[in-house]
Design a protein around this ligand. Structure first.
Ligand code: AKB
Length: 313
């Protein structure tokens, strides 16, 4: 059982907000400090301590670590693919500086363990797109992907040179009914469920046959916590994880099983180019071997849970 006090940085984001709730559920409300640059929704604010934190200031992170006796950090603050293309320097600043500060704080002895999310965006056009291996060519073309690849290398550097316990997974597109995504290329796979219920129709910004790796939020959260709990070998910082992969046409077909007259149209925009540079499917055999990774949600189960919950809420 984990007795550390945990700090989640970027607690109001898509993954951060659900991660905080699950961590509080597992380790206790008083063991998990949520933080973000601005306040989040009620459940997050009322369930335990919340701190305003700008992760681009090292001293601000340190003050909160000291104030709450924190020994573990989940650094979820980041600008993802589409929004990072709009603000390249700000994205680089946030994505890299926050990581460097947390790694330095670990090296200075303030932290025992760090989780830092990477992404399938580390891969690029020259990467094998089907069953993308754990170790392969990685030439990302987006600001976000470049920052994630650089971040992976920094994590590996701190791990090898200073023995820092830093762990990471390469998230695919994450799908949830509770929290909206924050400006990514895979966001269509959340929007489509909302639009299916609201309008019975969706105009997709990717072409009908664009296949991308995706994952239901519960699986992503389980992967994160299970990896942090596991005994893992030294060799890897960022693990490939995989759950489902589908095209816009296939997700539309699965929605039609519940909403027969649902209509999808396709108007690919600049995001198509980003999607075309990413893998279609991921080889996660290393994560399966090293820490027993296993997803629970396939496309049909995810569609059922998404539509049901969006309808009820
Ligand atoms: C994005 O679309 O930018 C993210 C990601 C794949 O990391 N969801």
């Amino acid at each position: 059982m984990n007795n550390s006090t945990i700090l989640v940085i970027g607690a109001c984001g898509q993954i951060g907000s659900e991660l905080v709730l699950k961590l509080r559920n597992v380790y206790g409300n008083n063991k998990v400090i949520a933080s973000d640059i601005k306040e989040g929704y009620n459940e997050l604010m009322q369930g335990g301590v919340f701190e305003i934190l700008d992760a681009t200031y090292k001293n601000s992170i340190l003050n909160i670590i000291k104030k709450h006796n924190v020994s573990e950090v989940y650094l979820m603050a980041a600008m993802v693919s589409v929004v990072a293309e709009k603000y390249p320097h700000r994205a680089w600043d946030l994505n890299m500086n926050s990581l460097m500060y947390v790694l330095e704080l670990a090296q200075e002895g303030h932290l025992k363990k760090v989780f830092w999310p990477s992404s399938i965006a580390v891969f690029g056009k020259s990467t094998p797109t089907i069953n993308t291996p754990q170790v392969t060519i990685s030439e990302p073309s987006t600001v976000y992907g470049i920052s994630k690849l650089a971040g992976e290398r920094w994590c590996a550097y701190y791990k090898t040179k200073y023995g820092i316990d830093v762990r990471s997974v390469r998230y695919p597109g994450i799908i949830s009914w509770k929290t909206p995504p924050g400006g990514g290329t895979t966001d269509y796979a959340v929007e489509i469920y909302h639009k299916a219920l609201e309008d019975g129709a969706y105009d997709c910004f990717l072409s009908e046959d664009t296949r991308l790796p995706m994952m239901y939020m519960d699986d992503a959260i389980d992967a994160t916590i299970n990896l942090m709990e596991a005994e893992v070998p030294e060799d890897f910082v960022s693990y490939n994880i995989s759950a489902v992969n589908f095209t816009p046409k296939e997700i539309a077909e699965s929605i039609k099983k519940h909403i027969a007259d649902f209509k999808i149209t396709y108007t690919p925009d600049f995001r198509q180019k980003i999607a075309d540079s990413w893998p279609q499917s991921i080889d996660d055999s290393q994560a399966i071997k090293d820490w027993g990774w296993k997803p629970k949600f396939d496309l049909e189960k995810m569609t059922q849970v998404m539509l049901q919950n969006l309808k009820n809420n």
